[in-house]
Design a protein around this ligand. Sequence first.
Ligand code: URA
Length: 181
Amino acid sequence: MAEFEGLSTCVRCGLSETRQRVVIGSGPLSAELMIVGEAPGRTEDEGGAPFIGPSGKLFFTLLAEELGLTREACYVTNVVKCRPPANRTPTPQEIETCRPWLVEQLDVVAPKFILTLGNTAGRALFAYRSGIGQVHGHVFRSGAIRGIPTYHPAAALRGGPSVVEVMREDLRILGRVMATP
Ligand code: URA
């Protein structure tokens, strides 16, 4: 992608040694809503697109059911663009090394709204220190951008219907925010 020159061959951190593909992002650069996750998993590392595995399937089902939005309507990316071995959490150093790519994506897409999935993305974007249990569904503002953290869909896959219900409520909050000028 011309916009993110050098990202597909990035070797700024050690994750470049174990990844198969750099997972840059998907969706229109004109999207109003940017969705940010943690890092690619195995399916994404093989397929080259974010959230195409089981947790992504659950998330985009919820997004469609609650907000009527499709994957194709949103710009989707991760804080870290390469899969950490065995899906471990990215280290603070990996997150900082990758941050300029995320900043470039924010500059290019210039979303009006951001939804973060899970603590790694929420903390990287909204700089909170508490846990997702305390901040999910809260509205953060950064300049003209309004953002909401919610749970990672992998937590919903593990945690079952109660986590799914919380994510649905957070998505409804996002819907109200998006409908408010
Ligand atoms: N988990 C993430 O955080 N991102 C993906 O793209 C896939 C799974």
